[in-house]
Design a protein around this ligand. Structure first.
Ligand code: ZN
Length: 160
């Protein structure tokens, strides 16, 4: 069965940056299962998988615009250390969740300079070119329930 919109696709993948450093991989764990064609995964990877069959293996380089977007320097702010008064050992690289109204966003501590803490709300992979090494493991039809939920059920997906 070919990969097309609304198929449940299972892939093994390894993600590396441009220096060849492995950033993520399904090796040693479960393959990734997703609903094809509805934006479950980044656009560049979804486009590369279109029309592929089980057993197909390929490499694809995805620019930021087709992955997690370009970095937006407007999302970088300097705040006072007292914002983190309840954090004992504040360190660069720590990740937090913030809330503004209904929206929950994640941000990372990018720099600490005395009382000034630089926080960055960009996605950690924003501005990063992604190199995927992908093997298609399986393709099947989605159930009506999976399509209405927009995600995969069963042993190869999340339960709820
Ligand atoms: Zn569901």
């Amino acid at each position: 069965m070919q990969i097309a919109k609304n198929k449940i696709v299972t892939i093994d993948y390894t993600l590396t940056d441009d220096e060849g450093v492995v950033m993520d991989s399904s090796k040693g764990g479960e393959p990734l299962a997703y609903v094809h064609g509805i934006g479950n995964i980044i656009p560049g990877l979804e486009a590369a998988l279109e029309g592929k069959n089980p057993g197909d293996a390929f490499k694809v380089t995805i620019p930021p615009a087709e992955a997690y977007g370009e970095r937006d320097e407007e999302l970088v702010r300097v705040v006072s250390r007292h914002v983190f008064a309840d954090v004992d050992d504040l360190e660069v690289g720590m990740q937090f969740q913030g809330r503004s109204g209904e929206h929950v966003h994640e941000f990372a501590v990018a720099a600490i300079d005395g009382d000034d803490v630089t926080v960055d709300r960009n996605h950690p992979l924003a501005g990063v070119t992604l190199n995927f090494d992908v093997t298609v493991v399986g393709v099947r039809d989605a159930t009506a329930e999976e399509l209405s939920h927009g995600h995969v059920h069963g042993p190869d997906g999340h339960g709820h």
